[in-house]
Ligand binder design. Structure first.
Ligand code: TRP
Length: 439
């Protein structure tokens, strides 16, 4: 049985994570991994990368980069399962099973696909699907496989990913409906207070596709340069400014305590100059990120270490995915011809070699359970025998006639009518025995 909450999230390896990724996914995920009630699964989504990026060098470098970031942020890889998507062959296998359960119409509604269609339409392109690959189109199915492969319940993501989680739930429910209860329906875990997606340099949502990002571990001079590029308005120093429509404040507040943010609001009211605010934001962010950035620089220089961490994670992950995938394949009818289809199994147990002591303990537990079941059975039989004997006495006291027995049986039948499942079965046994008394 799974008792801990499974938390799972992945990052596509097409670039370097930015501040928005950090706040929306990395930060809550690291926090979740420190909670002992959680079982965390974090991975580099390198198959997802191929959807947007056909540059092998970028995909490869980005995987190393993102892995180093997770490690630099202090992910405990013994507690969490930290892996590379492509190291788990069961994920693309599951993707196919899910693809066969996904309505095409659902994919038509996916944001990423719709955005491409909208762009083509806006340009007057008669082919609305121009430039859309099947990878982009079925992107949400691969993501659903990432999640369902581990039966994860909580998915820390940015707001823009909520639709994908909803689709994952829908696909999981369809699979369960057709083949039995195999999947838990996951939930998006969106950072509270992060009411909107973080804005980027130009004020639009911070996103690699808009080219308006601030990389999480940009070197200090680059960080300063990028902050200086953040778009502001033409209000002069001394004029009161509105923090709630300002990207500088938004980024500041996302990293600040409530107290610090309130103090900064005051300075906006007092008319802080944009140049001054940019300097403040730089100093503040640089301070916040310095320590993990140093750590990152050490780790990124050691690919052997990173690779070893990922191998460890893949082995751990596959202890779960290999048997689970066998079960799912069996559920749809793909299994050895001398095997049994079992769609009723609702639990996957990871097969592990047990030590002699563990085996002895398990055997003792099983023996105890059987002993208890035997005792319960004996008690039930004794209770049944007693009621039959009582009925016999009552019958004899009432003259031992066929009518008297009929009255007793009628009472029993009425009792059977009202009884619940198990009691009913016992009463039926009693009735049979009582009816047999006259023979
Ligand atoms: N689609 C996510 C993104 O672009 C990355 C991702 C892939 C993911 N698979 C996932 C996130 C599974 C959460 C769970 O940010």
């Amino acid at each position: 049985m799974q008792t801990k909450q499974r938390v799972l999230t992945g990052i596509t390896t097409t670039g370097t994570p930015h501040l928005g990724n950090y706040l929306g996914a990395l930060k809550p995920a690291i926090a979740a991994s420190k909670d002992t009630n959680n079982d965390s699964f974090y991975f580099m989504a390198d198959y997802h990368a191929l959807i947007k990026c056909q540059d092998p060098a970028t995909v490869h470098k980005s995987c190393r980069d993102i892995a180093a970031i997770w490690l630099a942020l202090g992910l405990d890889t013994d507690a969490a399962t930290f892996y590379r998507q492509s190291d788990i062959p069961e994920i693309p296998q599951l993707t196919w099973l899910l693809t066969c359960m996904t309505p095409k119409g659902m994919m038509n509604r996916a944001h990423a696909y719709k955005a491409s269609v909208d762009a083509n339409t806006a340009q007057g392109n008669p082919d609305v699907d121009d430039g859309v690959t099947m990878g982009l189109y079925s992107y949400p199915i691969l993501m659903a496989a990432d999640i369902l492969m581990f039966n994860a319940q909580q998915i820390p993501v940015g707001k823009d990913q909520i639709q994908h989680i909803e689709m994952c739930r829908d696909i999981a429910a369809r699979f369960n409906h057709a083949f039995g209860e195999h999947f838990v329906l996951p939930e998006a875990m969106v950072e509270e207070g992060d009411a909107k997606v973080l804005s980027g340099l130009d004020g639009r949502k911070m996103s690699k596709s808009y080219g308006n990002i601030i990389p999480l571990f940009a070197p200090a001079d680059e960080l300063r340069k990028l902050i200086n590029q953040i778009k502001t308005n033409t209000l002069q120093p001394g004029e009161p400014k509105d923090p709630d429509t300002c990207t500088l404040y938004e980024i500041y507040a996302s990293f600040a305590t409530k107290q610090q943010a309130d103090a900064m609001r005051q300075r906006y009211a007092e008319g802080i100059a944009w140049g001054e605010m940019k300097g403040e934001l730089f100093e503040f962010l640089n301070d916040q990120l310095q320590e993990s950035r140093d750590q990152y620089n050490r780790i990124i220089a050691d690919p052997v270490f990173i690779e070893a961490e990922l191998r460890k994670g893949a082995n751990k992950a596959r202890e779960y995915t290999v048997p689970f995938m066998d079960r799912l394949r069996a559920a749809v009818g793909i299994l050895p011809l001398d095997g049994q289809v079992s769609t009723k199994v609702t639990q996957t147990k990871v097969k592990k070699e047990l030590s002699a002591a563990e085996q002895a303990k398990a055997d003792a537990g099983k023996a105890r359970a059987m002993e208890i079941a035997k005792q319960r059975e004996a008690q039930e039989q004794a209770a049944i025998a007693k009621r039959v004997e009582d009925a016999r006495l009552e019958w004899q006291q009432n003259g031992g006639t066929t009518e008297a027995l009929g009255v007793i049986c009628a009472q029993l039948e009425e009792e059977i009518g009202q009884a619940k499942k198990k009691a009913k079965k016992q009463l039926q046994q009693i009735l049979q025995a009582v009816q047999g008394l006259s023979a």
